[in-house]
Write a protein that binds this ligand. Structure first.
Ligand code: NAD
Length: 730
C-alpha cells in the first residue's frame, strides 16, 4: 500500500491511499473521502482476509485526516457492489474455531465501520450480497440505484451458512424482525424499490446521479443533518408484534415452524439463523454477535455446507465450460433468430425463455389455433414478470413483439437455431427435420425429444453435424437444467453454440452423450420403477412419498409421476425397458395404473385424488386394487424405502459415467440436483456415494440384488471404486 498526499487526478481529487493487490483506493474529493473497490482479475468484489486490513487502514485514515468530513464506499465494477465473502476462503476452513475466528474478524471490521465518528455512505449499484450487504448495513446511509442489476440479499443459507459479519444483528434492527427473518432464512433477492419500501436503504436514485447524491448526503450528514429511513418501513401491526417480547416469541415460533415445514429439518442453517437473531433480541447486540460467530464456525464445518459450497463451485465451473474439449477450439455462433416448431406445452415454454433472452422467435405449429395457444403461453410467462414488477409495461410489450407466429416456414430462412418440440413420434420428427433443412438451410437443428435417440432423428439429416438434442424440463421457464445431447456426428461448433445459447436462456447446461433416457431420465427410471415395485409389495403411496421427501427430494416419486403425467411415463417406460432390461422394467403397478386411464394431475386423476380446481385431496385408494398386493397394505421403514429407490438411481448414475453418457462426476451431480431435485445438501449422486462410501453402497446393492435378482446389480465401476478404497471425487 502506498500512502501519499496528492498527485491529484483532478484539481480537487487527491489519492490518499491505494492498494494495487486488492484494488482498493481512498481518494479525497473536496472534503469527502471515496473508498473505491475494484478487485483485480475478478468479476465481482468480495470480502476476504486480504482486503480487511486495507479497509482498516482506510477507516483509520478517514478518522484521523482533518481534511475529511465524511466518506462513501463505491464499487469499480460495472454490475456489482460487493458480492459477498470470498467463498474460496471459506473452503479453506478446517475447524469450527477457524470459522468462528473468521466471523469475529469480519464483525470487528464492520463494528469499526459502524462506530466511525465521521459518516460513511454506501453508494450501491449492482449486486450487494452477503458480506457486501453487511458492509452496507454498517454504513450510516445507504443509497441504491434503481437498476435491474441492483439487488440486495443475505444468501448465506443457500450455502448452508448464516451471515457472519453482524448481518444477523444489524438487519433486524434496520428493517424490523419479520422482514429480516424473511431475508435471512430464505436468502431471497430484494430489488431497490422494495429495499426502499422496507427501509433497507434510505433512498433510490438513477445510476447517473448516484455519486453526486452520495457526496451531497455525506456532506449533509457531516454537518449534523439527520437523514432517517423511510417512515413507511414498518406498519403499526408489525411494530406491536415486533416490539414486545410476547409478540417476538410468536414471530420466532412461527418462523421456526415455517422453516421446519420447508426444510423438513434437513438444513441446519436457517434454524441456526433464527437462534442467533433471537439471542440478539434476548441478550443484546454483543451476545448476538458472539452467537453468530460460534454458529457460523459450526455451520462452516457441517456436511450440508460442504455439499452446498461444492455445488456452488461446480455450477460456477460449468458456466465456464464450452461443452467440448478445449483443444477443439470451437467456433461459437451468435444465436439471435430462433425457430420453434410445435407450439404445445414445451414449445411455448421454450419460446418464452428465448424471447426473454433477447432472441427473435418464430413459433410454428400446424394450425393457427394451436400456434396461438403457444403464443398465449409466452404471453402468460412474460406477463407474470410484469405482474411481479420485474419488468415494465414497455419491456413486456417489447418482448411480445419479439415473437412471431406462423403455420408455414415464413421467417425461418435466416434462423441460426431451430428447436423442435412436436409430438414424440420419430416419423413426425423426421418430417419436421427435412422441412427445416429446406427452409432454414444454415440452422442448427435441436430436438427437445425426451426419449428418442438423437442419432435416430439425425439419420435422415443432410447435416448430421448440425443436429443436437436440447432437452428442456417442464415447466421450461422454471426448471433450471438443460441437457444438451450430442451424437458422434454432432460437431464441436454445434455443441459449443448450443451450450452457450442454453446458458443465455439462463439454464445450467450439461452436455450428455446420446443414449436412451440421456442422463436425467435414465437415472430417474429405476428410481420411479422401484417406487412402483414397493407399491406392488403393498407399501402405502403416502409412505413412499413421505420417505423420499424425508430424504430431501422436493416431492416423492409417486407425486412426481402425477405431476409429470402418467402418459409421459407410459411412453418412456417401454423404451427404457427395451434398452436396459430387467433393471428398467416398469412395475406392474405402474403399468396397470396407466392402463386404467389415469393421467395424473392434469386430468385430475392419478395416484392421488384432486378436486375440480386441481387441488390435491389425498391418496386415491382405488389404485390399490390395481397393485399385486391389492388392498392389503404393509408397513415399511422409511430407511428401507429410501434404499430401495435411491440406490438404483445412484447405481445408474455410475453406469452413465462409465459409459461416457456424462462427462464427469460433476455433471452427474449437477444434472441430478437441477434436473430431478436430488437433495442439494447431499451434493448429488457422486458426492452422496462418497459420503456413504462406495463399499457400503455395494454391500447394500448386493443384498438387495440377492432378493430381487437383476434389479440391483452393482455397476462395475462402483465395485472398482469400492474395492480400491477410492472416491468419485478425490
Ligand atoms: P404437446 O402435445 O403439448 O405439443 C406438441 C405440439 O406440436 C402440438 O401443438 C402439435 O400441434 C405440434 N405439432 C405436431 N406436429 C407438428 C408439425 N409437423 N409441425 C408443427 N407442429 C407440430 O407436446 P409437449 O409436451 O410440448 O412435447 C413436445 C416434445 O417435447 C416431445 O418430443 C416431448 O417428448 C418433449 N418433452 C416433453 C416434456 C414434457 O414434460 N411434456 C419434457 C421434455 C421434453
Amino acid at each position: 500500500m502506498t500512502a501519499s498526499t496528492p498527485p491529484a487526478t483532478r484539481a480537487s481529487i487527491a489519492i490518499l491511499l491505494s492498494d494495487a493487490a486488492t484494488g482498493l483506493s481512498l481518494q479525497l474529493d473536496g472534503d469527502v473521502a471515496i473508498i473505491s473497490y475494484d478487485l483485480p482479475d475478478a468479476p465481482v468484489n468480495t470480502i476476504n482476509t486480504r482486503v480487511a486490513p486495507v479497509f482498516e487502514r482506510m477507516f483509520a485514515e478517514i478518522e484521523s485526516n482533518q481534511a475529511i468530513a465524511a466518506a462513501m464506499i463505491v464499487s469499480g465494477k460495472a454490475d456489482s457492489w460487493i458480492a459477498g465473502a470470498d467463498i474460496d476462503e471459506l473452503r479453506q476452513i478446517t475447524t469450527a474455531a477457524q470459522g468462528e475466528a473468521m466471523s469475529r474478524a469480519g464483525q470487528a471490521l464492520l463494528t469499526r465501520l459502524a462506530n466511525m465518528r465521521k459518516p460513511v455512505v454506501a453508494a450501491i449499484h449492482g449486486a450487494t450480497l452477503g458480506g457486501g450487504l453487511e458492509v452496507a448495513l454498517a454504513c450510516r446511509h445507504r443509497i441504491a440505484t434503481d437498476h435491474a442489476k441492483t439487488i440486495l440479499a443475505l444468501p448465506e443459507v443457500q450455502l448452508g451458512l448464516i451471515p457472519g459479519a453482524g448481518g444477523t444483528q444489524r438487519l433486524p434492527r434496520t428493517v424490523g424482525l419479520q422482514a429480516a427473518l424473511d431475508m435471512i432464512v430464505t436468502g431471497k433477492n430484494i430489488r431497490a424499490k422494495k429495499a426502499l419500501q422496507m427501509g433497507l436503504v434510505h433512498e433510490v436514485v438513477h445510476p447517473s446521479i448516484l455519486m453526486n447524491i452520495a457526496r451531497v448526503r455525506a456532506q449533509q450528514l457531516a454537518r449534523g443533518i439527520v437523514l432517517t429511513l423511510p417512515t413507511t418501513a414498518r406498519t403499526i401491526g408489525a411494530r406491536l408484534l415486533e416490539d414486545t417480547p410476547i409478540g417476538r416469541r410468536v414471530i420466532f415460533s412461527q418462523a421456526r415452524a415455517t422453516v421446519l415445514k420447508k426444510t423438513k429439518g434437513l438444513y441446519p442453517a436457517p434454524l441456526a439463523a433464527l437462534d442467533v437473531v433471537q439471542r440478539g433480541y434476548a441478550d443484546g447486540f454483543e451476545a448476538g454477535l458472539a452467537e453468530e460467530a460460534t454458529r457460523f464456525g459450526e455451520l462452516a464445518m457441517s456436511a450440508e455446507c460442504r455439499q452446498l459450497v461444492y455445488l456452488f463451485f461446480a455450477t460456477t465451473a460449468l458456466k465456464k465450460d464450452s461443452g467440448v474439449a478445449s483443444h477443439l477450439a470451437p467456433h461459437v455462433q451468435h444465436v439471435h433468430k430462433v425457430g420453434v416448431i410445435g407450439a404445445g406445452f414445451m414449445g411455448g415454454g421454450i419460446a418464452s425463455v428465448a424471447v426473454q433472452a433477447g432472441s427473435l422467435v418464430r413459433l410454428k405449429d400446424a394450425s393457427l389455433e394451436r400456434v396461438l395457444t403457444g403464443w398465449r403461453a409466452v404471453r402468460d410467462v412474460v406477463s407474470e414478470r410484469f405482474t411481479r414488477r420485474q419488468i415494465s409495461r414497455m419491456e413486456r410489450d417489447d418482448l411480445m413483439h419479439q415473437v412471431g407466429v406462423t403455420t408455414d416456414y415464413s421467417g425461418f430462412a435466416n434462423a441460426e437455431l431451430v428447436i423442435e418440440a412436436v409430438f414424440e413420434d420419430l416419423a413426425v420428427k423426421h418430417q419436421v427435420l427435412r422441412e427445416v433443412e429446406a427452409a432454414a438451410p444454415n440452422a442448427i437443428f435441436a430436438s427437445n425429444t425426451s426419449t428418442i435417440p438423437i442419432r435416430d432423428i439425425a439419420s435422415v439429416s443432410a447435416h448430421a453435424d448440425r443436429v443436437v438434442g436440447m432437452h428442456f424440463f417442464s415447466p421450461v421457464h422454471k426448471m433450471p437444467l438443460l441437457e444438451v445431447i450430442v451424437t458422434s456426428a454432432t460437431s464441436a461448433d454445434t455443441t459449443a453454440t448450443v451450450v452457450q445459447y442454453g446458458r443465455k436462456l439462463g439454464k445450467t447446461v450439461i452436455v450428455v452423450r446420446d443414449g436412451p433416457g440421456f442422463y436425467v431420465n435414465r437415472i430417474l427410471a429405476p428410481y420411479i420403477n422401484e417406487a412402483g415395485n414397493l407399491l406392488d409389495e403393498g407399501v402405502d403411496i403416502a409412505a413412499i412419498d413421505a420417505a423420499l421427501v424425508a430424504f430431501g427430494f422436493p416431492v416423492g416419486p409417486i407425486t412426481l409421476l402425477d405431476e409429470v403425467g402418467l402418459d409421459i411415463a407410459a411412453k418412456s417406460g417401454p423404451i427404457m425397458a427395451a434398452a436396459f432390461g430387467a433393471r428398467m422394467q416398469p412395475s406392474s403397478a405402474l403399468r396397470r395404473v396407466i392402463a386404467s386411464g389415469r393421467v395424473g394431475r392434469k386430468a385430475k386423476r392419478g395416484f392421488y385424488r384432486y378436486d375440480e380446481n386441481g387441488k390435491r385431496q389425498g391418496v386415491d385408494r382405488e389404485v390399490y386394487p390395481l397393485t399385486i398386493a391389492g388392498t392389503t397394505r404393509v408397513p415399511r421403514e422409511a430407511a428401507m424405502i429410501q434404499q430401495r429407490t435411491v440406490l438404483p438411481l445412484l447405481n445408474e448414475a455410475v453406469r452413465c459415467l462409465d459409459e461416457g453418457i456424462i462427462r464427469s462426476e460433476r455433471d452427474g451431480d449437477i444434472g441430478a440436483v437441477f434436473g430431478i431435485g436430488f437433495p442439494p445438501f447431499r451434493g448429488g449422486p457422486f458426492r452422496y456415494l462418497d459420503s456413504i462410501g462406495a463399499a457400503q453402497a455395494v454391500a447394500q446393492l448386493e443384498a438387495l440384488d440377492a432378493q430381487f435378482p437383476g434389479r440391483y446389480t452393482p455397476a462395475e465401476r462402483l465395485r472398482w471404486v469400492a474395492s480400491h478404497g477410492k472416491r468419485f471425487h478425490e
